[in-house]
Design a protein around this ligand. Structure first.
Ligand SMILES: [Zn+2]
Ligand SMILES: [Zn+2]
Length: 375
């Protein structure tokens, strides 16, 4: 009996160790780390037993699973891809109208680590993966870039697979729609919700804006109705709300095609597939001349772009990414940043990208009743 247990530990222990490591890098907790440490010691002891007993069949099977484990770890190791060609395109002209403004509406964080975010990231480096909505005020109609965690986030998460819920440790703050309501925002101004892509954490808040059209590319529209849990919340949204747009504009900063939303160069969308088939980058230019590139989940951390490091193998597999398309889009973005360092890159989940973008003015909440004022 004891010998059978030792054999079992030697053969399937490494697979459990891989799963525990994954859970640890996604949701660093003492329980996962301690469990992995105990399992690693048990596996080594089982190996010693195999060698002492000369149990060669068990040994070969154990060796095979050890190799699988090493390959799993390799998926987290640094693996920078080569840089692409440099960019010679001029900075595209833009005539953003006066009165245009940009605000961020923080809706929550997911507690993760750098190891989870990019190859070569440390499992010891905590990373607060933010989920935000971004409001672009524009005289022709405001645009919300992604919707962040909404009122239904707990129910949406509850419908996800168990392993994903174990990997997800999120803290919600006020949904974007509630922040806007609290400050007396006129919802008639909101013309579109523009998705960088249709993953759960970007569409969660969409149902909180029941009548606002949701702009998607045709590729992302198809992706929504393909199978897969990360896009399941997008499937629950009224299908009539999705509005496709095409790339009818020319080359834009190294991307072959573009779509200029209002025809003034202030909000220009380019296709950047890979993370999902219809992922986009949204370029926003403000009257001040400030330029932003909202890159969605092309990278989770800005270092990924600078160091040309993609997501770890397992995360990319679970999300069903196309790694070569992600690389291609990252190369183009990298060339833009090298040529035009003034372009501010906003990766959806990296808090550092939002520095300099004002938060939606919570302080502009409706004034207190007259008799509650102190002066
Ligand atoms: Zn995503
Ligand atoms: Zn995301």
């Amino acid at each position: 009996m004891a010998a059978a247990l030792v054999r079992l530990c030697a053969i399937i222990g490494p697979l459990f160790l891989g799963a525990l490591t994954m859970l640890y890098t996604g949701r660093p907790a003492v329980a996962f780390f301690a469990g992995a440490a105990v399992l690693a010691i048990a596996i080594l002891a089982s190996d010693a037993w195999i060698i002492a007993r000369r149990a060669w069949v068990t040994g070969v099977l154990a060796l095979a699973t050890h190799i699988v484990l090493l390959l799993f770890f390799k998926g987290y190791s640094p693996s920078p891809f080569p840089a692409g060609a440099s960019l010679s395109d001029p900075l595209p002209p833009a005539s953003p109208p006066a009165g245009m403004a940009l605000y961020v509406l923080p809706t929550g964080v997911n507690h993760r680590t750098a190891a989870f975010a990019r190859r070569g990231g440390s499992p010891w480096e905590r990373w607060e993966s933010v989920s935000n909505a971004v409001l672009v005020e524009h005289p022709r109609g405001d645009v919300l870039i992604d919707a962040g965690f909404g009122r239904l986030i707990r129910a949406q998460l509850g419908a996800m697979p168990l392993f994903f819920r174990l990997l997800t440790d999120l803290e919600q703050s006020q949904p974007a729609a509630d922040q806007l309501t609290a400050t007396g925002y006129d919802f008639k101004r909101l013309r579109f919700i523009l998705l960088t892509h249709a993953h759960w954490d970007h569409v969660s808040g969409v149902p909180d804006f029941p009548s606002v059209p949701v702009l998607v590319t045709a590729a992302e529209h198809r992706f929504i109705y393909a199978s897969g849990f990360p896009n399941a919340p997008a499937r629950t949204i009224d299908p009539k709300r999705y509005q496709d747009y095409g790339f009818d504009g020319g080359r834009y900063l190294g991307f072959e095609q573009s779509h200029d939303l209002y025809g003034d160069g202030s909000i220009v969308i380019v296709a950047a597939p890979g993370h999902t088939p219809g992922s986009v980058v949204v370029f926003v230019t403000l009257p001040s001349g400030a330029r932003y590139a909202f890159v969605g989940d092309l990278v989770w951390q800005l270092e990924g772009l600078a160091q040309r490091e993609q997501r770890p193998w397992l995360e990319a597999r679970v999300l069903g990414e196309d790694p070569s398309a992600v690389q291609d889009s990252m190369r183009r973005l990298n060339a833009i940043v090298t040529r035009y360092p003034q372009m501010k890159i906003v990766a959806s989940h990296d808090p550092r990208g939002y520095v300099g973008i004002p938060e939606w003015p919570r302080s502009a909440a409706p004034p207190p009743p007259e008799n509650a004022r102190t002066h």
